[in-house]
Design a protein around this ligand. Structure first.
Ligand code: NDP
Length: 286
């Protein structure tokens, strides 16, 4: 292996230490403890793990946090009523509804119900629009985590050719915008892209977010490129693996994020950062 390993666990720990210090200072100054409410509907085991991790991270950093666990057959109106209460609760600065939701609940309605000032996932159209305009309140957690990793390793996207594979609303599209804002020349590829390797082979930075195990192989990557692997795929043996074929890509790339231990740990850390920002904005302490 010739690539440098971009250690998301380490970067994430460093940022969480900083957030802990900032939170202490904020509480001392304002008397207000940043608060996050996480809402989980149904019994999806992966979602339950994410929610538990978010709750634990809040405790470590010094936030107040509430977890609302609602049954699988929850009515949409009951969830919206809970969100309305959380919107008005001064203890709560950030609200997150764990997706996916059971089918009787309209995801769009749920996202629209959360006050944009408390939308720490940055999924509300008002926040998405602000990202488009480069005047954001919060950044979506996974793409923000990718940018923080690049910064931690001194990888400046400015003037570089960047290919983002995937165009989902939570990863690919906002990732491309954040790269553009940092002056990369960005190409977004997706399932209808013809001859994907012809794009990836020219890229200085490849961000892969397709949800297919070992999709990006070493022969698709330019020697010396940086590869950021957002994918989290569970293999039949229960192990996790990314969207990049680590063995072959790490022979060619100059730097790569491992899975697990790369982008994954950054996502919750960025959620914590957004919650602190929301509390600071509410207290006009920015
Ligand atoms: P989606 O399924 O919403 O999007 C996948 C994207 O990949 C789509 O835009 C799709 O294109 C594209 N795609 C699929 N097949 C191909 C192909 N053969 N060639 C090129 N593009 C292709 O996934 P998400 O964006 O939500 O997630 C992507 C991955 O990132 C998943 O593994 C997910 O688990 C992981 N993830 C990790 C997070 C973390 O914290 N590390 C957070 C969020 C996600 P099209 O639009 O044309 O269908």
């Amino acid at each position: 292996m010739s690539a440098i390993l971009i250690d998301g666990k380490k970067v994430s720990l460093d940022i969480r230490e900083r957030l802990k210090r900032e939170t202490e200072a904020f509480i001392t100054k304002t008397g207000v403890t940043p608060g996050l409410a996480v809402v989980l509907v149904g019994n999806d085991p992966a979602s339950a793990v994410y929610v538990r991790n978010k709750h634990r991270a809040c405790g470590e950093i010094g936030f107040y946090s509430e977890v609302h666990e609602l049954p699988e057959d929850t009515k949409e109106s009951d969830l919206l009523a809970l969100l309305a209460r959380l919107n008005d609760d001064p203890k709560i600065h950030g609200i997150l509804v764990q997706l996916p939701l059971p089918k009787q609940i309209n995801e769009e309605k749920v996202i629209l119900t959360i006050k944009p000032e408390k939308d720490v996932d940055a999924f509300h159209p008002a926040n998405v629009g602000r990202i488009m305009l480069g005047n954001y309140r919060f950044l979506p957690c996974t793409p923000a985590g990718v940018m923080a990793l690049l910064d931690a390793y001194g990888i400046d996207p400015s003037g570089k050719s960047c290919v983002v594979i995937g165009r989902s609303n939570i990863v690919g599209k906002p990732q491309a915008l954040l790269m553009l804002e940092r002056n990369a020349t960005v190409t977004i590829c997706h399932s209808r892209t013809v001859d994907l390797p012809s794009y990836t082979k020219r890229a200085d930075i490849v961000v892969v977010a397709v949800g297919k195990a070992r999709f990006l192989t070493g022969d698709m990557v330019r020697p010396g490129a940086v590869v950021i692997d957002v994918g989290i795929n569970r293999l039949p043996d229960g192990k996790l693996c990314g969207d990049a074929d680590f063995a072959s890509v790490s022979e060619v790339a100059s730097a790569i994020t491992p899975v697990p231990g790369g982008v994954g740990p950054m996502t919750i850390t960025m959620l914590m950062q957004n919650t602190l920002s929301a509390a600071k904005a509410a207290e006009k302490d920015e």
